[in-house]
Design a protein around this ligand. Structure first.
Ligand code: FE
Ligand code: FE
Length: 191
């Protein structure tokens, strides 16, 4: 059997991503519905629209290479989505469910960031300039999403740790720029 060149690995990983992105298009609406924070729900909805664009970019790359995008199952995305579903079945305190959602979403983003970084680099090495450019755009969007999730987690984790009562005010003050902080220990406690 002849050995496979880089182009075959590149195509294989693109197909893996194509399957992963399509699974996300199906999974994200449910996650957006599950979110308690309006900001988080809106953020997931926004990423759903971006994700449809990621599918389109991959299709464009396959078209240009005269190849078909289907035929591969991304086992990692199947597992990541399943873990997210399992988390959503738990009965969490206010804020904790959103913390869980962010943690599931960031696992997905990090998988995609790793995968897009690789295929982007291979596209460059294979002289696929247009594909390299398209893959870089998607990579940038995945990284930006990850950064936004981290920023949001700084608000939501505070809600999660301080429980339902503190949660209400922190979750409703969506326009409040100041991130609520956990109460500092009293002087007497420190003394
Ligand atoms: Fe994506
Ligand atoms: Fe995969």
């Amino acid at each position: 059997m002849s050995k496979l060149p880089l182009r075959e690995l590149y195509l294989d990983e693109l197909r893996d991503l194509y399957d992963a992105e399509n699974r996300l298009v199906k999974a994200l609406p449910k996650l957006a519905k599950e979110a308690e924070s309006q900001k988080l729900s809106a953020g997931i909805e926004e990423h759903l629209e971006q994700t449809k664009g990621h599918v389109d970019r991959l299709r464009e790359i396959f078209d240009a290479m005269d190849e078909k995008p289907g035929g591969k199952r991304c086992a990692a995305m199947v597992g990541l989505i399943q873990e997210g579903d399992e988390m959503m079945d738990e009965d969490f305190e206010p804020g904790v469910k959103d913390a869980a959602l962010i943690s599931a979403a960031q696992r997905v983003e990090h998988y995609e960031i790793a995968a897009y970084g690789c295929v982007r680099t291979w596209a460059g090495l294979l002289g696929e300039k247009e594909a390299e450019n398209l893959l870089q755009q998607t990579l940038d969007e995945e990284k930006e999403t990850d950064r936004k999730l981290t920023a949001l987690s700084q608000e939501i984790n505070v809600v999660a740790v301080s429980g339902a009562a503190a949660g209400k005010s922190a979750m409703q003050d969506e326009d409040e720029a100041e991130v609520p902080r956990p109460r500092a220990k009293s002087r007497s406690a420190r003394a």
